[in-house]
Design a protein around this ligand. Sequence first.
Ligand SMILES: [Ca+2]
Length: 169
Amino acid sequence: MENRAILREWFDRVDSQRTGNITATQLKSALAVGNLHFPVSVVQQMIRMYDFDRNGTMSFEEFVQLNKFLLKVQQAFSGLERERGYLVPDEAYEALVKIGFSLDSPAFYTVCESFDQTRTGKLRLDDFISLCIFVQSARNLFNSFDTSKQGRVTLDFNQFVYCASNCRI
Ligand SMILES: [Ca+2]
């Protein structure tokens, strides 16, 4: 879905009431039509990541940005899944690096395990997207605290709780 006109058509179909915005519930069912199944919490997180006007829903322009991210994730996934429909953890690691996230082993395996919905060591596209949404949200949040860009932050307990609850999926 690179084409803006196609995106517009898709958006308008989802926004059946023509409000100019789509809600988490609408986005969730629209993605499910494309055989991508996400818990509503993940869809809410997708919206939060690109909800530039902070109204809790997704405008067309916000959706275009989300779609760019999803496309990048999907391409990294497709490049490694070898038509099996899933990635094993090592491949997911490689795909994450392609997207621009390189985590160390403990962080990666912990995050990988928590998004392996079927507990089989196989991440399907929707699992992998959820994982990427989480890592991107964590990155955004981290950057908002790492104002001097040192790659390191100090948090007090309240800030830690704030971060943990913002990233929870
Ligand atoms: Ca919005």
